[in-house]
Each structure stands twice: as C-alpha cells, then as structure tokens.
Design a protein around this ligand. Structure first.
Ligand SMILES: C[S@@+](CC[C@H](N)C(=O)[O-])C[C@H]1O[C@@H](n2cnc3c(N)ncnc32)[C@H](O)[C@@H]1O
Length: 496
C-alpha cells in the first residue's frame, strides 16, 4: 500500500490527515505499557519517545516505517523500539557532519573573507544546476569553472593558515575530519580535490531537488506540492544555515493569529525554538563578514513583544537543537549576558533580490523591542551596495535564553503541565525528515505543548487520528518577486 493510499483525505485544505484506523484495538492497548528510556544526553529530563506514544504512528504508517521496524508484530516492535530509537538518534546526529560539508560549499561559493574573487550569485548557481544535467558529472560549465577553481585555491590557502578566522578554522576542522592534513602553506591538492568534489556533489543534489520540485509542481495540487516540498531534504545532511526571511514570515503569522483572536494579547510566556540555526554563510547569498550568530530566538522574542503577545518581564525562550554548535553558541551568549554583555546581531539587507517593502520594513525595525541600534561591521568592498545595520540585544533579554540538547524526532523533555510551552516554532527543520519521522516529531511536540498551545512551522505535517495536533490556518508570505521566494507558515493547535 502506498502512502498515498494511507493518506488521502484533506480537511480544511491545509494539511493532510490520515484516515486509517481511529480505533486503537483493545488488544494492542494491553501492549501499551509505557516505558521510558533515559537519554544519554546532558539533561536528565530529556527522554526518548516512549513506545506507547510511538505505537499509533508505527501502526498508522506501517507501509512506510523504516525496514528495521517493518512487518513486525506489536510485541516484537515493543522489544526492538529502545535499541532502534537509540541507533536512529545516532544516525540522525551523524547527518550533521554532511551538513557541515554543505555549509563549507556555501562558504566556498559566497564567502568574501578568504578571497577577492567575485561571489557566485544564486542566479549563477541555478544556471550551474541546470547545466549540470547536460555535461559530464565531473565538469562544471566552463564559464564558471575558472572562478570555482580560483575560489577553491583561495579557500585551501585560507584553511592552511586560518589565523583566528572562525569560519576558516571550522572549514579546516571539517576537512580534517575527512582525513585531510594541512602542513604549513604548501599547496594542498587533497584539500582542493575534497572541496571541489563536495562542490560537485552539492550542484548535483541541487539538480535533483529541482527535479523533485518540478515533479511536485506537476501534481497540480498546491497542498500535495506543499507536502512534497515539506520533506525535500530528507536524505540531505543537516545544515545549520539560517537567514532573516523565515523570521519575517513568522511575524506575519503571529500578527494574523493575534488579529483573528487565535492568540490573545499577553497569552505567550514560554516559547520553544526548535532548530534556531547558525548564520554562517547561508545558501541564499549569505555573508561571512561578521561573526557567526543566531537570530531566530531573538527575532521571535522581538516579534512577540512588538505584537503585544508577551510581556518583557515574562517571556522565556528555549532553543531545542541537536547540534552542539548551536547549543554551545547560545549557551555562551547567555553566560556572557549573565556578566552583563549584550549580544550583537548583524543584519545585512537586501542585495539584489528585490525584497518586498514589507520585508524591508521588518528588517529596518528588527530588534527595536529587545535592543538598540549600533554601528554595523563595515561591508567589504566586494559587497558595496549592500546596506547593513546591527542591533545590540540587551543582556536582560539574552539571559532569558535557555537551551536543550534535543533530537525532536526521537526525544522530548518531560515537563509538568504548568511548565509546558505556549508556542513551539520550527522553520526549515522538518524538511530534513520523512513523513514517519515528522509524525514522531509531532508527537514529541504535542507532549511539550500546553493544551491550546501552538506549533508554527513552514512545513506541512501529516495529522494522524491519534494526534491531538490539528492545523488551524496558514499565511503565505513573499520575500521578493522571484519565483518561489517565500514561505507558508502553518499553525497547529494542541487540542484537548
Ligand atoms: C536549516 S537550519 C534552520 C534554522 C532556522 N530555523 C531557520 O529557519 O532559518 C535547521 C536547524 O534545525 C536543527 N535540527 C535539525 N534536525 C533537528 C532535530 N532532529 N532536532 C532538533 N534540531 C534539529 C539544526 O541543528 C539547525 O539548527
């Protein structure tokens, strides 16, 4: 049976719902003896999804569960679940390594701190991706090949002598993990090959994603297309990259929720950001002329205050992420804030994308609730014409940040009802997972959200009958007039 057969119905046209057995057979209920496996992560209250909670997902999605769980009796599933979940946690976390290599490719293409060569604009990359179907796999189109090789040479040079450039140090560490060794500034053919091979891999992957998107579009059903897009990167490395645009879309969603009376003023206190990411050099023409930073936890706090949805003295923001780099970064910022240090966010504006006026206005006002404008780091000469601003977030708000090392697909924090989140936010996270994994994640999210609380996401999630998470509405937001340059933010409510 295909997933299509399992998942057919549409309710309010927002999100797919599963029609299979609403019944949970009594016999099986006897099997649902809850067990809780303590996760081997730092925080004691983080646990793996108990089998009793995973069972309805396993049952409803039996045709698409991973091979290790397929065609097994409920008894067998219950006995293998603890070891499966642990092993899969390791597999998911290992995907961070490949995501790091993707990030280095973005750095190679867009970075300005290690080279004087022009950046490869997104338009050129799209061209590369299109052309790559017509040339031998090893060959980049000639018009860009020389540029790539020059950038590879300069990046290898930078990695050999990184100084205290945090991105070059990171790129070097990633290459060393792949067995590349650096000795002095000698030409390093292996490092150059490694970078070039990764670049070709990313171009080929881009090509495949374009084909998948075209296939999804050809379905002729916007909801099906959104559903397909929502798991586009399920086989890709886990990337940490982030940008300002999803935060603008989130503010639009929160505004709609407030104006529709879905989210009353002052009703939000505890917010969880699942996968806040790190701004390293993002794939949409990102920049590398300022220190790596996280933006989303601050952006959401800023929006909630601007919209009157929370109070400055009450708001708490917890970041839930499986990346030690993300968790470590936010923890360091929090510790610095405890010693009175502010957190500065650099905000490069529109380059050549033609941002919509609403996005420009959001960019201009960003941070006015939580910080003060400060002089931004100078834009390098190669990026002349790119406006930038910066905001220094006051320590009193940075101190409100907490972190949890959580793999949202397989883990949750056990919390008493009165400590649960009012709001959980996850943009560009579920897209890295398949429908089965997303459904497990939705269950973990439900367990941490208070009844009546909301999940906001830019991906479409399957609503199984056993789930109490139900889509309510969505907003579509355009960032620029470019095709497909926008997001749809859906909100799901935890029903009683
Ligand atoms: C591409 S970034 C998105 C950043 C930001 N939310 C945005 O939209 O710009 C994905 C983020 O999700 C995190 N992430 C990916 N899989 C996760 C999982 N299973 N559990 C928790 N965090 C995850 C990554 O570490 C990273 O911080």
């Amino acid at each position: 049976m295909s997933l299509q057969a399992v998942v057919r119905s549409r309710t309010n046209g927002i999100t797919p719902r599963c029609e299979t057995s609403k019944k949970c057979c009594l016999g099986f209920c006897l099997l649902l003896i809850s067990w809780t496996l303590r996760a081997t992560v730092a925080q004691e209250e983080i646990v793996y999804t108990p089998f009793s909670e995973a069972w309805p997902v396993l049952e409803a999605l039996s045709p698409i569960v991973p091979p290790g769980l397929r065609n097994e009796s409920p008894q067998k599933l219950e006995s293998v679940w603890p070891s499966w979940v642990k092993a899969h946690d390791v597999e998911i976390r290992e995907r961070l390594g490949k995501g790091d290599e993707d990030t280095i490719v973005n750095f190679l293409l867009f970075g300005t701190s290690f080279t004087n060569q022009p950046r490869l604009a997104a338009a050129q990359l799209r061209r590369l991706s299109t052309d790559s179907t017509e040339v031998p796999e090893e060959e980049a189109p000639p018009q860009y090949r020389a540029l790539i090789h020059s950038r590879v040479r300069d990046l290898v040079h930078g990695m050999a002598a990184p100084g205290n450039n945090e991105r070059l140090l990171f790129a070097r560490r990633v290459a060393e993990r792949a067995g590349i060794r650096f000795s002095g500034a000698a030409p390093n053919e292996r490092a150059a090959r490694y970078l070039y091979q990764n670049y070709l891999r990313v171009v080929r992957e881009q090509d495949r994603y374009q084909q998948l998107l075209a296939a999804a579009h050809s379905l002729g059903d916007p909801t099906e297309e959104f559903a397909e897009r929502s798991k586009l990167y399920k086989d890709r490395g886990l990337s940490l990259d982030t940008s300002l645009q999803p935060d603008f879309a989130l503010e639009a969603a929160l505004l709609t929720m407030r104006d529709h009376g879905t989210l009353p003023p002052g009703s939000v206190r505890r917010v969880g950001i699942i996968g806040p990411g790190l701004d390293f050099t993002d794939k949409q023409e990102g920049y590398d002329f300022y220190p790596t930073q996280t933006v989303q936890p601050f952006a959401v706090m800023d929006s909630l205050l601007r919209l009157g949805l929370t109070k400055p003295e009450e708001v708490e923001v917890v970041s839930l992420d499986l990346s030690p780099r993300v968790v470590g970064h936010i923890e360091r910022a929090r510790r610095a804030a405890l010693h009175g240090h502010a957190y500065t966010i650099q905000l490069p504006g529109d380059s050549a994308r033609g941002w919509k006026p609403e996005l420009v206005a959001y960019w201009k006002g960003f941070g006015d609730q939580i910080g003060n404008p400060v002089r931004p780091i100078d834009v390098p000469p190669s990026l002349q014409g790119t406006a930038s601003r910066a905001v220094s977030v006051r320590p009193e708000f940075v101190k409100r940040m907490r972190t949890l090392d959580v793999n949202i697909i397989l883990q949750r924090k056990e919390m008493p009802e009165d400590a649960k989140f009012d709001l959980l936010i996850a943009t560009n996270v579920f897209v890295y997972y398949d429908t089965f994994e997303q459904s497990l994640a939705l269950d973990n999210i439900q367990s941490m959200l208070r009844i009546g609380g909301f999940l906001l996401t830019n991906n479409l999630l399957l609503e199984l009958p056993s789930s109490k998470m139900r889509s309510v509405d969505y907003v579509s937001v355009e960032y620029s007039p470019r095709p497909a340059d926008g997001d749809r933010i859906v909100w799901y409510r935890h029903e009683p």
